[in-house]
Design a protein around this ligand. Structure first.
Ligand SMILES: Nc1nc2c(ncn2[C@@H]2O[C@@H]3COP(=O)(O)O[C@H]4[C@@H](O)[C@H](n5cnc6c(=O)[nH]c(N)nc65)O[C@@H]4COP(=O)(O)O[C@H]3[C@H]2O)c(=O)[nH]1
Length: 847
């Protein structure tokens, strides 16, 4: 609603005026009445050229005071005076007039159509104009010639002026140049509590001795500066309004020639502005002291203001962000689509709220809860965006902690039953999809209740905590260990076969080997019963698997505790054997229970030994003879193969050295190398060390690596084999034909020998397929210039067949079974002096 200011005739008050330019009347009865009254009178308005000149000067003052364009129009919207731009801007000006045909008094009434807004400066400007008008009016109202004194004013003029200023709520008074009150309005007299007669003709010393000095000095200040000045602001009490804010403006009164006539003072109630100021201050305080960060950007996205909390949260000061784009806070965590959605909501709905990850000045990312609102201008276009946000890092952390608590056991911090069920669901799905196997091992501590009963729950907790750490250390990072009850733990792991499950059990059992030292100083020994169920054999869903693992565990308990059982009994037996063997293997290494046998490799034409293959033998006091085909894979999965393999290599080299020292020509000694050995860093250096320790020539050593092992991590294998080849060691591909080497890959390998797997030799010459395969391998070897040796040759027919295919060497029972070194004299080329002394039968004992 346009706010209209006007000066009206005595008896009328400040009122809203009709909005002339927009041709509408304000819905205010009183204002309409006043308008009618004006309608009656404004016909008689006479715009004297001098009056317009006066108005023009007033407008100049107003323009200077407000820094805005202003103009003056009559009630019909006719522009009377004003700047061009002002004419365009201002749409409502009212003019009032005096009485009769010859107006004695013309008062300019300015209507300011500002779309409902009237700034403080503008109001002040109008007031200044009013002050000045009064001075000029006095000059125009029969006071002329006034020369230097107000006292020359005639009674009519004074009465008229009195009437005029009485119509204002403001306190208005005029003092002459000697500081004597010449006129004062009713409003001032009421406020000062003195009748007019007691004020006019008195000085400040007489009227208000306490404040006289300050009044006089502010009068002097206004005269000195020659312009209207605000001299005081104070709180007062009004009978009707209560507490009010007053502001006093004083202006020197000059005649047309610029001579001082006196001082005019106006005191007005500025409570409205003070209230607005307070509101602003309050808003500023709220803005500044808000714990939420506030960022205001203009419509182009440039930051125009931030509050203190913004700095507290982001670490960026005001100077560092003003004028910048909020992108500077970007964490890089959100996709473009995220921001596109946010902008769409801002532009269509005017607001957006959600969570954003941003980056602090120190580089750390943090989550924030943010609400962004668009602020619109008069033209309904966005002027600003206000973002209010809070740092929700702590909230997020608590949420994460709560979630962790919901899915983890508070004592051990291991996943709990709920988490286990969730993970199992996922893992089972994945395993089903990829055709994989899983094992679920339920671990129940034997007689744990006794610990709680005897030592109390605190000690019981200590033991469980330590146990959980040990169990956790024994499982791999891909597996999951959970605590699902007081003394019940569950391991969920991926397995390739049932042996893997047994191995997992054996690793878990190690957690119980050492005693548990508790804070009382006692050392407690614990055992556990474990039940294993495997997927998919023993169940296809988490519940069934858990139930079956539990049943297996119960059986293990019944069998005397400290043992484990598979849900399938047969597997239990196999697993027990495996675990027994595993622990026996540990013992075998320590007690030197292994020994080597050697099997000659012969030239198929001459039937002379070209070398020997070293083969390990193990005779356990309880298990009896165990084939390497059985215990080598167990040693591999138990992590013992490295030690065993190194032992074999050293023994073989030592034996070779002994033969060489005895003057025998032994050709090459072949030693089997298991996959894990080949992939272990430092293997080449270890071989080198053994050669140097034993003094066995590298050229007499042949390392046999199975084809399938060579296919694992081929790049690394090629590198290792190259380095071994560089030492002068011969390299043979064992069990050739059973793996899936591509010819391309084979070409890259630094190998010298192909060993045809005995499965292709077995039914020769009758099996035509095997014959074809053997023939192909031999042909390929020749093409690649590799030596080819056939394994497992048991009959002359096989030997002849292979020889006919072009195979040069063979190994097998036909020529000799693996035998102890001292039994192989017949195959050693004796030194000349000792020739004929050593003999041994071809069918030497294997073991
Ligand atoms: N039926 C039949 N068999 C014959 C004949 N000639 C030799 N053999 C057997 O065939 C196997 C040849 O060894 P391999 O293929 O390397 O196969 C070996 C090798 O893979 C592994 N092995 C043996 N000793 C070691 C060792 O010291 N280290 C490693 N890593 N593995 C070894 O155990 C496997 C089995 O070894 P062994 O039981 O000694 O069995 C040996 C040998 O006794 C024959 O004419 N007919």
């Amino acid at each position: 609603m346009p706010l209209v200011w006007r000066f009206v005739l005595p008896g009328l008050h400040w009122r809203p005026m009709p909005d002339v330019a927009n041709d509408r009347r304000l819905p205010d009865t009183e204002s309409i009445l006043i308008s009618k009254e004006l309608a009656l009178t404004h016909q008689r308005v006479v715009w004297h050229p001098e009056m317009l000149d006066l108005c023009r000067r007033q407008l100049d003052i107003l323009e200077r005071a407000t820094g805005r364009d202003v103009c003056l129009r009559d009630c019909e919207g006719q522009v009377l005076c004003g700047s061009e731009s002002g004419i365009g801007l201002w749409h409502d000006i009212a003019v009032d007039c005096g009485q009769g045909d010859n107006p004695r008094l013309v008062v300019a009434c300015l209507g300011l159509g500002l779309g409902g807004k009237c700034s403080d400066e503008l109001a002040d400007g109008l007031l200044l104009m009013a002050c000045d008008s009064l001075g000029q009016l006095i000059g125009r109202s029969g006071l002329t010639p006034m020369h230097h004194s107000l006292s020359d004013a005639g009674p009519d003029a004074m009465e008229l002026l009195q009437n005029y200023i009485d119509s204002f709520h403001e306190h208005i008074w005029i003092k002459d140049t000697s500081g004597v009150y010449r006129i004062c309005n009713i409003s001032a007299s009421l406020s000062w509590g003195k009748p007019l007669a007691e004020i006019v003709g008195k000085s400040d010393d007489e009227l208000n001795p306490d404040n006289a000095d300050s009044f006089v000095s502010t009068d002097a200040e206004a005269i000195r500066r020659g312009v209207p000045i605000v001299v005081a602001e104070c709180v007062d009490r009004d009978l009707h309004k209560g507490r009010i804010w007053l502001e006093t403006t004083k202006a020197p009164m000059l005649d047309r020639d610029g001579r001082l006539l006196g001082i005019i003072g106006i005191t007005r109630d500025i409570a409205r502005y003070k209230a607005a100021e307070e509101q602003l201050l309050l808003a500023r305080r709220v803005f500044e002291n808000s714990v939420e960060g506030v960022m205001i950007t203009d419509r182009h996205g440039k930051i125009s203001e931030i509050n203190g909390a913004f700095f507290d949260i982001t670490g960026y000061s005001r100077e560092e962000v003003i004028g910048k784009n909020p992108r500077m806070l970007s964490s890089g965590r959100h996709e473009k689509a995220f921001f596109a959605k946010m902008w769409q909501s801002l532009l269509t709905e005017g607001q957006w709220h959600g969570e954003i990850w941003n980056r602090r000045k120190d580089g750390n990312l943090f989550p924030q809860q943010i609400r962004i609102s668009a602020v619109y201008g008069d033209n309904e276009e966005v002027q600003y965006f206000v973002a209010v946000f809070s740092d929700i890092s702590r909230q997020k952390q608590s949420e994460a902690e709560l979630a962790h608590m919901a899915y983890h056991d508070p004592l051990t911090r291991l996943p709990n039953r709920i988490k286990l069920a969730t993970v199992m669901e996922q893992q089972l799905r994945t395993a089903l999809h990829h055709g994989q196997q899983l094992a679920l091992v339920l671990i129940d501590v034997d007689l744990f209740k006794h610990i709680n009963d005897s030592f109390g729950h605190l000690i019981g907790d200590e033991v469980l905590l330590e146990l959980s750490k040990r169990l956790d250390d024994s499982v791999s990072s891909e597996d999951m260990l959970a605590r699902i009850g007081g003394d019940e733990f569950v391991l969920l792991c991926n397995i390739d076969n049932n042996e893997d499950a047994s191995l997992a059990v054996s690793r878990l059992k190690r957690a119980f080997e050492q005693p548990f030292r508790v804070s009382t100083g006692d050392e407690l020994r614990l055992t556990a019963s474990m039940g294993i169920a495997t997927f998919p054999n023993d169940g296809g869903d988490p519940d069934t698997l858990l139930r079956n693992a539990d049943a297996a565990m119960y059986r293990a308990k019944q069998e005397g505790r400290n043992s484990h059982a598979f849900y399938t009994e047969q597997l239990t037996k196999a697993s027990v054997v495996q675990l027994r063997m595993q622990s026996a293997l540990y013992g075998a290494l320590a007690s030197n229970a292994f020994h080597l046998v050697y099997q000659p490799k012969v030239d198929l034409n001459s039937r002379k030994a070209m070398g020997f293959e070293a083969l390990i033998r193990w005779h356990d006091p309880l298990l009896g003879f165990v084939s390497p085909a059985v215990f080598i894979p167990i040693a591999e999965s138990a992590g013992l193969i490295h030690e065993i393999g190194l032992w074999v290599l050293r023994q073989a080299c030592m034996q070779g050295r002994r033969w060489l020292d005895a003057g025998y020509e032994i050709g090459r000694i072949g030693v089997n190398v298991a996959g894990p050995q080949l992939h272990r860093p430092g293997f080449v250096e270890e071989v080198q060390q053994v050669l140097s320790d034993t003094g066995f020539p590298a050229a007499c050593l042949e390392l046999e690596i199975t084809e399938s092992m060579m296919m694992q991590e081929p790049e690394q294998v090629i590198d290792t084999l190259k380095r071994l080849g560089d030492l002068g060691i011969m390299l043979a591909v064992d069990d050739f034909g059973t793996g899936y080497s591509s010819l391309n890959y084979l070409k890259k390998l630094p190998i010298h020998i192909l060993k045809i797997d005995q499965s292709f030799v077995r039914d020769l010459p009758d099996d035509s397929d095997n014959g074809a395969i053997a023939g192909a391998i031999i042909a390929m070897g020749q093409a690649l210039r590799l030596q080819v040796i056939a394994e497992g040759v048991e009959t002359e027919a096989q030997a002849r067949f292979l020889s006919a295919l072009g195979c040069q060497q063979a190994q097998g029972y036909l020529f000799a079974k693996p035998a102890a070194a001292e039994d192989l004299g017949a195959f050693l080329l004796s030194p000349p002096a000792a020739a004929g002394q050593k003999t041994v039968t071809n069918a030497g004992k294997d073991r």
